[in-house]
Design a protein around this ligand. Structure first.
Ligand code: NI
Length: 262
């Protein structure tokens, strides 16, 4: 199986003890042929680009996450723009809105930083990776302000209706470990209305491990559990689903094909 993990955080401290072994040996041995490691602030975006320089199959995204954008201003946005011009930074992300945690920056501030980064992605010609937690209405309304914006709604948790609205506008939907949980009721309905060519698979490592590894640190070796669940729902083989989602990932992040390492 050739796998593409379109969303992970390999700069996270959770990987400090064994990052090299995992990225050099374990993931390639498990068929992970491509992975995008996403920044959540300036420091992790820089570190993500550095990881991408070190490993051929690793690509990076640079962005300010809604949970980590407190105090961000022109200097941070300019640094994200500079990183976007790095040959292996293939998307602006992860960006968006998170209304789940009370201690997050105020909604209005999150929205401003989200809009600024959507504009930046448009100017730099890159797709975006959107984080939308408990903020479906506002996330959809804001991306509609940028009709030419393209990218993925990561770990999609909206309704089938919202999925259809995004698909119509050219977006991809990312599916993660939670689709394997027993209480995943909406996911099968969302997947049912999502065409095969708009599905990508993600781990969000080190978070969101799928069953049977729920609760443990996640990494891209767990992708087959997500691929198998999607394959079951879509009536294709896991091998076909892996191939389809790999190709979808390359279409979602067109800059990858320009990379020397590809
Ligand atoms: Ni993430």
């Amino acid at each position: 199986m050739k796998l593409f993990d379109t969303h992970a955080h390999y700069t996270d401290n959770a990987f400090n003890t064994d990052r090299s072994e995992l990225l050099e040996r374990l993931l390639p041995a498990a068929g992970v042929a491509a992975a995008v490691t996403a920044g959540v602030d300036v420091e992790s975006a820089r570190a993500s680009a550095a990881l991408a320089e070190k490993y051929d199959y690793i690509y990076a995204a640079a962005g300010l996450h809604p949970e980590d954008c407190a105090g961000a201003g022109e200097a941070e946005l300019e640094e994200i723009r500079r990183l976007c011009r790095h040959p292996k930074v293939v998307a602006v992300g992860e960006i968006g809105l998170d209304y789940y945690w009370a201690e997050n920056p105020p909604k209005e501030f999150q929205q401003e930083i989200f809009r600024r980064q959507l504009a930046l992605a448009r100017e730099e010609g890159l797709p975006v990776i959107v984080h939308d937690r408990e903020a479906h209405g506002d996330s959809l309304a804001i991306v509609k302000e940028f009709p030419e914006a393209a990218g993925v709604f990561h770990c999609f948790s909206g309704s089938p209706e919202m999925a259809q609205e995004l698909i119509k506008r050219g977006w991809y939907l990312g599916f993660d470990g939670p689709i394997t949980y027993k209480n995943a009721k909406r996911a099968p309905e969302v997947v049912a209305v999502t065409p095969l060519d708009r599905i990508v698979v993600e781990t969000d490592a080190p978070y969101l491990s799928p069953v049977p590894n729920r609760g443990k640190r996640n990494d891209s070796r767990n992708l087959p559990y997500i691929v198998e669940k999607l394959a079951e729902w879509k009536g294709v083989t896991p091998e076909e689903m892996a191939e389809i989602t790999y190709e979808n990932g390359l279409r979602l992040f067109p800059k990858i094909r320009d990379c020397e390492a590809f």
